[in-house]
Design a protein around this ligand. Structure first.
Ligand SMILES: C[S@@+](CC[C@H](N)C(=O)[O-])C[C@H]1O[C@@H](n2cnc3c(N)ncnc32)[C@H](O)[C@@H]1O
Length: 447
């Protein structure tokens, strides 16, 4: 019976049981310290782990269970291209699923309550990834599926240029997000409530030609010795009252009850023009009107800028920018598949506080680690990172190999060394710009 329940909930794919076995198998190795490859071994809390991420995630779980606030991963897309690293996990979708499934499961174990897990992926594996992720973590864990601009120009040979991929954002409920304050230049007026309510802006007039006329919103108002009607015509008001109104006709935007309260609280402005007077309402930066227990009240309110699902369609998030990021430190040809710093910085900003841990277990050029440092430097914050990367050999004909970077870990460590130098030059305030390198080795840890 239990098995049947499982079958109904789980979507079966070839290799699923093998993936589960891989997940449950105990780790086969341990991590060895590499102080000679590290920077500030004694002082740094950042970790750079070299080895297969399945093994390393298992080794991290006992130390970091539910402690990581943001996991960002950019796994091989299974495109079949000849990458510096091997982007083909054998064959077809199920092989890729078998590869990623146990790693997703372990990643979630490391994620703090309220933490976020973001994944870059293209449209080929997107549906498979979503099914796996939602099976593992529940449908409600999906926060958003953002399209991201990869490059503006496309291949001219194909009929359709592929110019975007996706960023899937999952979160362990209740999700914690940090939204920047809303900076609307419309908030520019001050009144006697400034210290409590901040700046205000004036909204549309209180009366409007509503799309759906409602008699309850059509009533006379006595303000500053004036009697006001929606649409400023007493004659037309009388006609509407007699039942001669259109589907769309003049009314107030607020109920009489709300108006009375808001007027007494200073939320309404009367403006006198040559031939008419008109009412406007105020919106304040730091408070809003809200009905609490049946009573209107002025309540504190933080206006924040929400992230749009279109956020990552801008150039700073494209791979062209990733190349420029790399070019500020090293030859961009050294690593072809880096993500732009802005992407991971924006994610860190959205999902982490100033002391939180960030993990990337498909680290590549360690762009995520640099993004953490850049954001820390800008904010004077102390987020820490864990990078995990397989020491995949660079092909002998690759630029990286030619300049003496034998594997991808060497590329990542080099990037971090150069990023640290530049950050310290441009931003000489203290911070943890070091990292400890640990390397996976087979067998139990020496006693
Ligand atoms: C698309 S790249 C990530 C690029 C990275 N986001 C950046 O901006 O530089 C994927 C990386 O995952 C690494 N990788 C693949 N399989 C891995 C494994 N089993 N364990 C650790 N890393 C792995 C590859 O070597 C490659 O560097």
């Amino acid at each position: 019976m239990a098995e049947r329940g499982r079958e109904e909930r789980f979507w079966h794919w070839p290799g699923r049981s093998l993936a589960l076995e891989g997940l449950e198998a105990p780790p086969q190795g341990h991590l060895e310290p590499q102080p000679q490859l590290s920077i500030d071994w004694e002082g740094s809390q950042n970790l750079y782990c070299e080895g297969d991420n399945l093994e390393i995630l298992k080794l991290l779980v006992p130390h970091f269970r539910e402690r990581i606030q943001l996991i960002y991963i950019d796994p091989p897309y299974n495109t079949g291209h000849a990458f510096v690293y091997n982007d083909r996990s054998g064959g077809g979708h199920s092989a890729w699923m078998g590869f990623i499934y146990p790693r997703l499961a372990l990643g979630w174990q490391l994620l703090a309550p309220g933490g976020s897990l973001a994944i870059s992926i293209d449209d080929r594996e997107l549906p498979y990834l979503r099914l796996m992720a939602e099976e593992l973590w529940g449908e409600e864990s999906l926060v958003a599926c953002f399209p991201r601009l990869t490059k503006k120009a496309g291949k001219s040979s194909a009929a359709i240029a592929r110019n975007h991929d996706y960023l899937l954002l999952y979160a362990k409920k209740p999700a914690t997000f940090y939204l920047p304050p809303h900076s609307d230049p419309g908030f520019k007026y001050r009144d006697e409530y400034f210290s409590e309510r901040g700046y205000y802006k004036l909204n549309q007039p209180l009366d409007y030609n509503s799309l759906q006329y409602s008699p309850s919103l059509d009533y006379p108002l006595e303000v500053e010795g004036e009697t006001l009607y929606p649409g400023a015509s007493y004659a037309k008001y009388l006609e509407r009252q007699a039942g001669n109104y259109a589907r769309a006709d003049w009314a107030w935007r607020w109920s009489k009850e709300l108006f009375n309260f808001a007027y007494a609280q200073g939320f309404v402005v009367l403006k006198r023009y040559a031939n008419r007077v008109r009412l406007y309402t105020k919106t304040y930066q730091k408070v809003k009107l809200e009905k609490v227990g049946g009573q209107w009240q002025v309540v504190p309110y933080e206006r924040t800028k929400r992230l749009s699902t279109l956020e990552f369609l801008a150039n700073p998030y494209s791979n062209d920018q990733a190349k420029k990021d790399l070019a500020r430190l090293m030859e961009p040809a050294l690593f072809d598949y880096a993500k732009p710093l802005a992407l991971m910085e924006r994610l860190c900003q959205l999902t982490t506080g100033p002391q939180d841990w960030v993990l990337d277990f498909f680290a590549g050029s360690a762009a995520t680690a640099q993004a953490v440092w850049e954001l820390n430097a800008r904010q004077g914050a102390r987020r820490h990172f864990i990078m995990v990367q397989l020491p995949e050999a660079c092909a002998p004909n690759s630029r990286a190999y030619q300049v003496g970077l034998a594997d991808i870990c060497a590329i990542g460590r080099q990037r971090l060394r150069l990023a640290r130098e530049r950050l310290q030059r441009e931003n000489p305030q203290p911070g943890d710009y070091g990292f400890q390198v640990w390397r996976w080795a087979e067998g139990p840890a020496p006693a």
